[in-house]
Design a protein around this ligand. Structure first.
Ligand code: CMC
Length: 427
């Protein structure tokens, strides 16, 4: 394979280098295209555009491979812990026991938020969607913490990272507790990172806190599966907002807003709502398959399809199995799990879905587990955000350390050409 690509425009030929990643992916480096040709590329939805070089996450959509820093998602979900994965994604290597203990200790030291944050939360109506509240609270953290990070100082960078890893779960828990009319509490620093999150979310003021270890195991696994997914919509948002040298917390707040959308993380809530609708309608899955195929009908099969995975989503495979295990372990019989399985079977045998390579994605079964763990439906996307936090941090850090330029795409203008201004009485 030649390591240059030739572009012909009119009677002129231009050569551009072809770069290769460690997994042999190829890209034409067009960074000098406009300067040398006056021409730009256009690629709506960035379907063919690499926005950066990154050493964090590799995914092969055709083969259904997902790896964080070289480690397979299957092995990490099976043998790793969420906190280890946070460390791995952000700093590039699995931690030693000492490194992990120090990391956890430093996070715990930062796991209190300013009391005034409660007044901000108080201002939201109970009806507010938790994702909107979480994005606002995350941005509000900036008011109580240094707004910018000196990225040239490893210590400053580390401090900002442990701060957000410490405080974000408190915001997640408070967002849920406010809706549930529970007092805003804190965790317990003697607990593991994920168990502490669970306690902050669920502990009732009049009960001893106790949890089935299987619940923590399931939650840990779900968080690992969501921890990073290279340049998806919310991560690209975090990187582009951060490329203006916006601080870490504000960049993450922007990522939360991007994740909220039903085509992205919001799909996990939309899936359960869809399955409930099918159940209430009598459970006829084929009717909804027909709706999803009808181009006149805006209905889409939520939890199906992916921009990159065109064979299967490895996360969905793990989550489907975990859904079976968790419901079995906890003795829960949720009829929507059967509807989901039937829907998947029908869709996978249908030409419409087969020809378009549409398979269940990470969101198809995750809501069923969240529900079994007692998490309210409108908190599902918040749980996704909690899992994605280390990925956003890692990608933001990488972008700043690589000194990437401010993200600023171009456009092809299709509006009016010059028009003379007419005074209002002449219009
Ligand atoms: N149901 C019915 N048809 C679909 C679906 C679906 N879920 N997804 C894609 N299609 C069709 C689409 O109509 C199009 O058909 P045609 O070629 O006839 O016009 C074709 O498949 C290609 O779809 P696309 O919208 O061009 O693909 P995309 O890469 O732009 O979108 C997607 C990917 C994930 C936004 C889309 O598949 C979708 O909307 N899925 C449902 C929402 C969802 O589950 N999102 C979660 C994604 S995974 C987790 C995450 O990112 O947060």
């Amino acid at each position: 394979m030649s390591n240059t690509a030739t572009i012909e425009i009119g009677d002129k030929k231009y050569e551009f280098p072809v770069i290769e990643g460690t997994e042999n992916e190829l890209a034409i480096d067009i960074s000098t295209l406009r300067a040398s040709t006056k021409v730009i590329t256009i690629d709506p939805g960035f379907k063919n555009t690499g926005s950066c070089e990154s050493a964090i996450t590799f995914l092969d959509g055709e083969k259904g491979i997902l790896r964080y820093r070289g480690y397979s998602i299957e092995e990490l979900a099976d043998k790793g812990s969420f906190l280890e994965v946070c460390y791995l994604l952000i700093f590039g290597e699995l931690p030693t026991q000492e490194q992990l203990a120090k990391f956890h200790k430093d996070i715990k030291a930062e796991s209190i938020v300013d009391e005034d944050m409660k007044r901000i939360l108080d201002g939201f109506p109970k009806s507010a969607h938790p994702m909107g509240v979480l994005a606002s609270l995350t941005n509000a953290l900036v008011a109580f913490n240094p707004s910018s990070v000196n990225v040239n100082s490893e210590e400053d960078m580390y401090k900002a990272i442990v701060k957000i890893l410490g405080k974000f779960p408190v915001l997640v828990a408070w967002t849920m507790r406010k809706k549930a009319s529970l007092p805003l509490n804190y965790g317990n620093t003697s607990l593991g990172y994920v168990e502490n999150i669970h306690k902050m979310m669920f502990h009732k003021p009049n009960e001893e806190y106790a949890v089935d270890p299987k619940v923590i195991e399931a939650l840990d696994k779900l968080l690992i599966l969501h921890a990073d997914h290279e340049q998806n919509c919310s991560t690209s948002t975090v990187r582009i907002v951060g490329s203006a040298h916006t601080g870490l917390f504000a960049s993450i707040s922007a990522g939360i807003s991007a994740l909220w959308g039903p085509l992205h993380g919001g799909a996990n809530q939309a899936v359960i709502e869809m399955l409930e609708t099918i159940k209430a309608d009598g459970g006829d899955t084929s009717k909804f398959i027909l709706k999803a195929k009808d181009k006149e009908d805006p209905f889409r099969l939520m939890g199906f399809g992916h921009r990159v995975y065109k064979n299967f989503d490895p996360r969905a495979k793990i989550i489907k199995k975990a859904a079976d295990n968790v419901l079995g372990d906890l003795g829960i019989d949720d009829p929507v799990l059967d509807i989901a399985k039937r829907l998947e079977k029908v869709a996978l045998e249908d030409d419409y879905f087969k020809s378009r390579n549409l398979y269940p994605n990470v969101d198809f079964y995750s809501g069923i587990i969240y529900r079994a763990l007692g998490i309210p439906t409108d908190m599902f996307t918040v749980m996704f955000a909690l899992g994605r936090l280390p990925g956003w941090i890692a990608q933001w850090r990488e972008m700043r350390l690589n000194k990437e330029p401010i993200g600023r795409p171009r456009q092809i203008y299709t509006g009016y050409t010059y028009r003379e201004f007419k005074e209002i009485d002449k219009r």
